[in-house]
Design a protein around this ligand. Sequence first.
Ligand code: DC
Length: 202
Amino acid sequence: MGFTIAVDGPAAAGKGTISRALAGHFGFGHLDTGLLYRATAARALDGMAPEDAAAALGPADLERSDLRTAPVAAKASEVAAIPAVRASLLAFQRDFARRGAGAVLDGRDIGTVICPEAEVKLFVTASPEIRARRRFDELIAAGAETEFEAVLADVHARDARDMGRADAPLRPAPDAVEIDTSDLSVEEAIVRAVQIVAAVRS
Ligand code: DC
């Protein structure tokens, strides 16, 4: 019987880092579900209808080098509001969740829509300013030229779209455990997440 860990939260709250660490610690598979929406967005930016792009998504689409760029992130948040896009990506995520000994899925609606039966649900948050600061530092380290205010405006815009859409909006499942990483180091956040999961597994 598989063991599913659902990790939801807004952009740059630390859910990817926590999810990868959990998968490594427990020997589970990991799916970054945002990549599915980013890959759909990248094909939409190439000119394909988002609904068709989501339905035709293949492994090569997830390997594209432009998935982490700002235009793709912004478009991902747009295509993610289209119900037909979300419906196309649902079965793949549910299958992944029950594959092998266990799986960690991170995204926005894993605990609420994709895997409401998940054994553990985490909701990873941090203040918009802290998330924007982290994203800004990453961008500067990667050689990008940008202003903090622009990154903060991006974070607010994506939050508003992700939380405001009618279909599967970002929100914690009623039984999710919240981890606010605003004042936690990466190591502290990981230790907390591992403890929460370990308490359920034992
Ligand atoms: O986690 P991310 O930044 O890679 O996600 C990109 C976009 O995809 C984000 O704006 C919201 C959307 N998304 C979603 O709607 N549902 C998910 N499970 C994962 C991501």
